[in-house]
Write a protein that binds this ligand. Sequence first.
Ligand code: HEC
Length: 299
Amino acid sequence: MRFKNLLIIIFIFSIGTRISAQTWVVPDDQKAVVAPFKFTPDMQKQGEQLYQKNCQSCHGIPGKDNWAKLTPPPGDLSKEKAQKQTDGEMFYRITTGKVPMPEFRNILSEDDRWWVIAYLRSYNPKYVQPNPVAKAAFTGRTVALALKYSDPMKKIVVTATEQLKDGRSGLAAGVEVMLFVKRYFGSMQVGDVKTTNARGEAVFEFPADLPGNKDGYVEVSARVNDPKGVMKTTPATANLGIALPTDKPSLTASRAWWSTRGNAPIWILLTYTLSVIIVWGFIIYIVISILKIRKLSRG
Ligand code: HEC
């Protein structure tokens, strides 16, 4: 019996240490990141508004230690524990988040995130901003796509053009392109990833039996395959009348049990209504019986 208790205690402790062991590690190169501009009082004011909208619900008013009681505790960001981080650490943590803190990558722009940091640093009299380092100019490829249906070939030709260093534009070879067709829910990829040739072209076979709208139109789009995000790319979209005309009604147009309430199948409506009537009938029957019993006991 004692042994079993010991096991339980060890188990609980091991869970506790597992949770606390999930520290929030910031990669060294990210720690060293500094803001691309000098913080100004104006930026701090902007940052204050962004903070009130996006952070205050959890972190509380700076200096008041009135943060939300969450696990792990968010803490007051004006206090030593948070302030001893580098700007790069703060920026990384705001960008990436950590449950329950959301990632602000797509909520706040990079400038917004730096302004929030500028605001939080205004609570730290010891803070001296490291020299700003302007963001390096973009050196990757800038590629724009265009797409058209080639009638004699019966294929879709995607052409990639590229902004060259001297300001002119030229055909872009060696660019990976993906083709999509818009469907009910999201997009469907057509064929594999293709690489543009010396004329900047990638040619896609279009499936002959792909259903379109009632006039045979589908929305086709081409995107550059750039998972590492090293290029600046512009996708291309076109409405092409090259698919099979289909007159299929929408998924929710007729009675079906995945449809809207008004379009539920009759048998579901009947079963539901009937069961409600039976349950209520039973309740009313019981109430009447109780009343009858009371009357009998009085009389
Ligand atoms: C949903 C609640 C929530 C919101 C909203 C939120 N945070 Fe957090 N934040 C947390 C929690 C919880 C932690 C502690 C995480 C941990 O220590 O593992 C945290 C930690 C941090 C840290 C690290 C603090 C330290 O002492 O190491 C920073 C910096 C931070 N948050 C900044 C922000 C900023 C700036 C915003 C608004 C743009 C924000 N947070 C919005 C919950 C939140």
